[in-house]
Design a binder for this molecule. Structure first.
Ligand code: HEM
Length: 514
């Protein structure tokens, strides 16, 4: 009898282990991925450039969930929208932290004002919550007059020079919409010092925050060298320049000319901690600018869809006025163009790396995968938006893929940007009104200009080599012709511009006292 309990315990233990084994037998440690070397894993396979193309290639080869081993660090790539939503949205409490990128953390942004780059903390939480809060007003239409006014000015600028400087006009309108809403800083010419600084600082911050920007990210111990080293000088120069810029725009918003306006900075100042820093708002024009540049590239590369878009706009809007937001529900094709622009060449080819703060198990295509605490998770938008099961002829620009046979928008629209970006309600309004306005006013087409580099006609290209980078990925400058569709339409634009309300104090609604 004495032996019985021991025997029972042993049997129970075996049964329990067997049960756990059976339960876990569907669970796989590490998703599919390329084989690597012992100890080093895949680290030598990761290219220094064109990371997005590399990530997308892996998702095409191994599926929507790929694992890499970077010398012991587990990295997971997500190339599937459902999985991205499951991990980054539904399980955001475990997956919203960010890994430390040493050069950013200790040099470029030592005060950690760019909260999107750091471990999840209160500042990150407040920042996301406040941004989401602002969007309630945007959804209610509070910024629409401002966005309409800016789109009209953009059309007037394009008329002014026949589109010669179209690329810069798009930068201006994208930045001015965000700077007006955020800091009460309207930039009508594109030559304003603050606007030029915002564009220049953003370009530098994009360069400095790429993982391959500095040797510090690979050999951080080199930081013990005491002398002024190039990596320190570069970061300090940037920091001084950006601090001066931020000081100028925040002063303008909080105690200067725009202090009475209901700007986003004013809303943050009311609700954030006293030392809260709102400079990240300055850079939020980038996605819009890149997407509008991409839209123009789609016009010149795939003009077939333009007549259908213009017919739809003309039927609803007519010839005697420009499109306004009230037309939006009646223009499904324009809505589909916005979606296709964000899909065809996503402004951010992959997201800021996230880091998990607890062990977790996710299910993908009938299998369970273990994600250990501390894993790096990267959403590869570039692969998600080109998933060939979801998007036939994925590399073509075909807005009608978002419409059903009765010309209505298909339900269940999902994109990576909607999943991860709290500012998307403002962004898609900016895209919609500018696209509708430009299509109403102009025939947009290729230019016969010669390429100054080759002396030959300009070669238009939609491939990766025509785009600037990895993280924020916009097309390089290219010529395009913006020809007014009629003398009458050009006159309507000039007339509407002459008559429109231009006072930001009127365009931005007052803050409602709580
Ligand atoms: C077409 C324009 C835009 C696109 C395509 C876009 C896309 C994105 C993407 C892909 C991310 C995720 C980065 C990551 O992986 O963490 C992001 C983050 C963010 N976006 Fe946008 N965005 C756009 C415009 C805007 C605007 C106008 C705002 C203005 C409020 C905004 C506010 C933010 C903020 C605050 C974050 C950081 C979220 C976080 O770190 O938790 N975005 N955006």
């Amino acid at each position: 009898m004495d032996g019985l309990p021991l025997q029972s315990v042993t049997i129970a233990a075996i049964l329990l282990l067997g049960g756990v084994y059976l339960l876990r037998s569907r669970m796989v440690f590490g998703a599919p991925g390329p084989p690597g070397l012992p100890l080093l894993g895949n680290i030598l396979q990761v290219p220094g450039k064109h990371l997005a193309t590399y990530f997308r290639g892996l998702c095409e080869e191994y599926g929507g969930f790929v694992s890499l081993n970077l010398a012991g660090f587990p990295v997971f790539l997500i190339g599937d929208i459902r999985l991205a939503k499951e991990i980054l949205e539904k399980r955001s409490t475990k997956f919203s932290s960010r890994p430390t990128i040493p050069y950013i953390r200790y040099h470029v942004d030592p005060a950690q004002v760019y909260w999107g780059f750091y471990e999840q903390n209160e500042t990150h939480f407040i920042g996301r919550k406040l941004t989401t809060g602002l969007m309630a007003g945007v959804r209610a239409g509070e910024t629409e007059s401002l966005q309409q006014f800016e789109a009209l000015l953009n059309a007037a600028h394009l008329l002014g020079d026949g589109g010669k400087n179209w690329f810069d006009h798009i930068n201006r309108v994208s930045a001015s919409m965000v700077l007006s809403a955020a800091f009460g800083l309207h930039c009508p010419t594109g030559q304003e010092h603050d606007l030029k600084e915002v564009v220049a600082c953003l370009a530098e911050v994009v360069r400095l925050t790429t993982p391959s920007a500095s040797i510090m990210n690979v050999l951080p111990f080199l930081d013990i060298i005491p002398r002024p080293m190039p990596w320190r000088k570069r970061a300090q120069t940037f920091r001084k320049r950006e601090d001066a810029l931020y000081n100028s725009v925040i002063t303008h918003a909080v105690s200067g000319e725009a202090s009475g306006m209901n700007t986003w900075a004013a809303a943050f100042a009311r609700e954030d901690k006293p030392e809260g820093d709102q400079r990240r708002l300055m850079n939020q024009f980038a996605g819009t600018a890149v997407s509008l540049h991409t839209f123009i590239l789609a016009c010149v590369l795939y003009p077939e869809w333009i007549p259908r878009a213009q017919r739809e706009i003309d039927t609803i809007v007519g010839e005697d006025r420009l499109p306004i937001f009230k037309d939006r529900p009646h223009l499904p094709y324009v809505e589909a163009i916005v979606r296709e622009t964000l899909r065809w060449r996503p402004a951010f080819r992959f997201g800021v790396p996230h880091q998990s703060t607890a062990d977790d198990v996710v299910e993908y295509k009938g299998k369970e995968y273990f994600i250990p605490k501390g894993s790096i998770i990267i959403a590869v938008n570039w692969a998600i938006e080109h998933n060939q099961e979801r998007f036939k002829n994925h590399d073509l620009f075909q807005p009608e893929r978002f419409l059903d046979d009765t010309n209505n928008l298909k339900p269940g629209y999902e994109t990576t940007d909607i999943t991860v970006c709290p500012g998307i309600p403002f962004a898609e309004r900016s895209l919609w009104i500018n696209i509708a306005t430009m299509l109403w006013t102009f025939n947009i087409r290729r230019s016969d200009e010669l390429d100054p580099k080759t002396g030959l006609p300009f070669k238009y290209d939609g491939s990766d080599s025509a785009f600037s980078g990895d993280f924020t990925n916009g097309p390089f400058k290219f010529p395009a012709v913006f020809e007014p569709r009629s003398v009458h339409r050009a006159k309507v634009v000039r007339q509407e511009w002459a008559e429109c309300e231009k006072d930001l104090n009127v365009l931005l609604p007052r803050h409602k006292e709580q």
